[in-house]
Design a protein around this ligand. Structure first.
Ligand code: ADP
Length: 550
């Protein structure tokens, strides 16, 4: 909409673009510098004076987020911010060191941000736990490299890797990795869509309030009950984090981890723990952060998968209704055409009889003419309708049957009451077939559902087996079940519409399936298996290159 408005007033485009060109980077720059100095101030509360390093370090998260969201062009800004911060807090012992530290911090975390920006699409990690793991591992490794660089700059090198050096690397790594785990996901979520973040915040306010109560309770026990630390009751802090992650997915877990860290820093400050104890807590916080985030990621992925399955199911149901209406129309047209033809024949017979004795009534021949005309007109309408239905083959394309069968089985598994029957698919390396994706999905869905329903009826029945093989210019998919098989009475009319033995059945599934297969150049046959159960064989034509463009 905004584009349309701009398009209507071209002279304003340039003004706005010039404005945006300067305003956006300037706002980002100011926001970053203010955030950097604020975080630097907060984090230096617990500086380890002996090493001149702060023990928790949220600024790397800000730099990584800056580059991931807005690009590597902002790395120089990170350098300037780091130099200014180094001078402001007086932690840099000399100008050389201050510049060196700033270069390592900006260069290292800038490079990490650039790599993460390149390797994962914006927001990918939110939906893909695999990507979230990559993000966390990438952050931990990147911060290890930067920490080693900084520690080397601050250690007098005497030819061997000293314990002092390793200690510094460890402390720096712990501080910045925890900082990244705690802050980066929240910053990225905010950067991807602040509006969505705020609306999630509004939606989750009750859960968040309960979480904060739980967090206060857990932290009160961990930090203010005297024997708690000795008993290592820290794990109590996992409970509210995991609860919020389960309730609100990745959004909840990122906030939970951040709030837990903030609560912990406040508590440690109030208690005035020695720095070494803070280090212990920091290590536990790192584990809690990773656990909480991964759990949140898994919950979000699970919710998404469920939603996708529900959507697919709705799509299939809609498509099934459309084809059911088509098949019903076609069946009704077939049924009604016969009596119509008879009416027309009888009317003609009456006309002939009247010709022999025309004295009955003068209006009768005219009325009979009307009956003949009307029944012929109705017949034409029905014939046209059947032809139109028969022609609606839908778009056909090359299809990988294995993927399609897996998708159908996933849909069936998601349905309630299917858990007692196992559906296995053995259809490796099948050549592509040519057909309409929705039609094929519907056919297999019907057949597999029928097979499961038949198997459930029999106590010893547990398995439905789907196998696929190439046979000449077709692929044959075989669906075997462990039901009672098909009785001889039903067998003869199995593919006719409205034939069902189920109390709530419509008897349209097989009629529709055969129709769809025949429209696509395939077919369906069945037979009873010797050991009980039924076998349905679906033949689908192979895809040939000359099918392209058809
Ligand atoms: P519906 O499932 O609504 O009854 P269908 O056309 O799918 O309609 O099936 C028609 C009938 O065919 C079913 O009512 C059932 O009696 C029989 N049938 C279909 N598949 C099987 C099977 N795998 N085993 C035994 N009977 C089957």
């Amino acid at each position: 909409m905004a584009d349309e408005r701009l398009g209507a007033q071209p002279h304003r485009i340039s003004c706005l673009l010039v404005g945006q060109y300067w305003v956006k980077p300037a706002l980002i720059g100011i926001g970053y510098c203010l955030g950097y100095s604020a975080l630097e101030r907060v984090s230096s509360i617990h500086a380890w004076s002996a090493l001149e390093f702060t023990l928790w370090n949220p600024t790397p998260a800000l730099t990584v987020a800056l580059v991931m969201l807005f690009g590597p062009a902002y790395v120089p800004l990170a350098f300037v911010a780091a130099v200014l911060a180094g001078y402001a807090d007086g932690s840099a012992p000399g100008a050389g060191n201050a510049l060196g530290s700033a270069a390592i911090l900006a260069g290292g975390y800038g490079a990490l941000g650039a790599v993460l920006r390149k390797t994962m699409r914006k927001g990918w990690w939110v939906a893909e736990p695999r990507m979230l793991v990559k993000l966390l591992l990438g952050a931990a490794s990147g911060s290890f490299v930067v920490s080693s660089g900084l520690a080397a700059l601050h250690t007098d090198y005497n030819g061997i890797v000293s314990v002092e050096f390793l200690g510094k690397v460890g402390i720096l790594w712990l501080g910045s990795t925890t900082g990244i785990f705690v802050l980066l996901p929240v910053l990225l979520l905010l950067g991807i869509s602040a509006r969505r973040w705020l609306s999630e915040l509004r939606e989750s306010r009750v859960d968040l309030a309960l979480f904060i109560l739980g967090l206060i309770a857990a932290e009160s026990i961990v930090f203010f009950v005297d024997f708690a630390h000795e008993l290592h009751l820290f794990y109590l802090m996992f409970i509210p984090v995991i609860w919020l992650a389960l309730r609100r997915g990745i959004f909840g877990s990122t906030l939970a981890v951040l709030l837990t860290e903030i609560g912990m820093v406040i508590a440690v400050q109030i208690r005035g723990y020695p720095t070494e104890t803070f280090l212990d807590f920091q290590m536990l916080m790192l584990v809690l952060g990773a656990t909480g985030l991964l759990m949140g990621g898994a919950v979000t992925a699970w919710n998404r998968a469920q939603q996708q399955i529900r959507q697919q199911q709705q799509e299939m149901d809609r498509a099934a209704r459309v084809t059911a209406i088509g098949t019903m129309g076609s069946a009704l047209a077939h049924e009604i055409s016969q009596p119509l033809a008879s009416i027309s024949t009888y009317a003609r017979a009456c006309q002939l009889l009247l010709n022999e004795s025309p004295s009955v009534s003068s209006r009768l021949p005219e009325t009979l003419d009307k009956i003949v005309d009307e029944s012929e007109r109705a017949g034409t309408v029905l014939r046209n309708m059947r032809e139109a239905i028969a022609e609606s083959r839908g778009d056909r394309e090359a299809i990988d049957l294995r993927t399609l069968l897996d998708r159908v089985v996933r849909l069936v598994r998601a349905e309630p009451m299917r858990s007692t029957v196992t559906v296995t698919v053995a259809a490796e390396s099948l050549p592509p077939v040519f057909g309409n994706r929705v039609h094929l999905e519907q056919v297999f869905l019907n057949l597999i559902r029928n097979a499961i329903e038949a198997t459930v009826q029999v106590k010893r029945g547990n398995n439905v087996k789907v196998t696929g093989n190439r046979n000449g210019d077709h692929v044959e998919v075989v669906i075997d079940d462990e039901g009672e098989g098909i009785d001889s009475q039903t067998a003869g009319r199995l593919f006719e519409p409205f034939v069902t033995t189920k109390s709530h059945g419509l008897g349209l599934g097989l009629a529709i399936s055969r129709n769809l297969m025949e429209l696509g150049g395939g077919n369906i046959v069945f037979r009873n298996l010797p050991g009980g159960g039924a076998r349905f064989v679906v033949r689908v034509p192979l895809y040939e290159p000359e099918h392209d463009g058809k």
